[in-house]
Design a protein around this ligand. Sequence first.
Ligand code: HEC
Length: 170
Amino acid sequence: MKKGMVWILGIAAGALLPFAVLETPTLAHKGESHPAGADAPASTGAQALAGINAAYLRQVKPIFYAKCFDCHGSGKPLPWYAGIPGAKQLIESDIRGAKRHLDMSRDFPFGVQHTPLEQFNGIAAVLKDGSMPPWLYRIAHRGSALTPQEVSTIQAWIDESRKSLQGPGK
Ligand code: HEC
């Protein structure tokens, strides 16, 4: 098989697979209510979130912009292979899937469908299992994997943020 063909198949599989499993986690949230700020004491909630976002913009956003925004953010041009017939549709459905889970386009807190603590849990989980960026994307974009240094920067931000959401004494 020609190298180009492998890529196209890879891109297609990468775009469709996540889409196929997408509905399960979404359904799991049906009927549960996630009131905004439920994780944080009301008095310190807004302040804590603002502090967390300030740290995010300084330390973490540059990493996410470089390595996650193709799918989870906005404002970056589509990769070159979007020009391959059919690829654009697949990439766009991948992006829809990614953003439904985690939309980074509006800074922290991302999206409204998950609480901040749920967002931290989700990101911490992919840091741990190394599943993001997806491996097919890592193959197509050399150097797009998170470095150990980046993983610990993001993890440190999550640890600090969890503490500040829970307030002192917990
Ligand atoms: C090539 C596109 C792509 C890139 C780049 C990418 N993601 Fe994702 N991400 C997805 C898709 C698609 C999903 C949803 C489908 C799934 O669960 O696999 C997802 C889901 C997630 C989730 C939710 C997981 C869950 O189980 O709910 C997190 C958290 C996440 N990504 C974090 C990241 C981070 C952090 C980066 C950058 C280091 C990143 N992603 C880069 C496509 C991408």
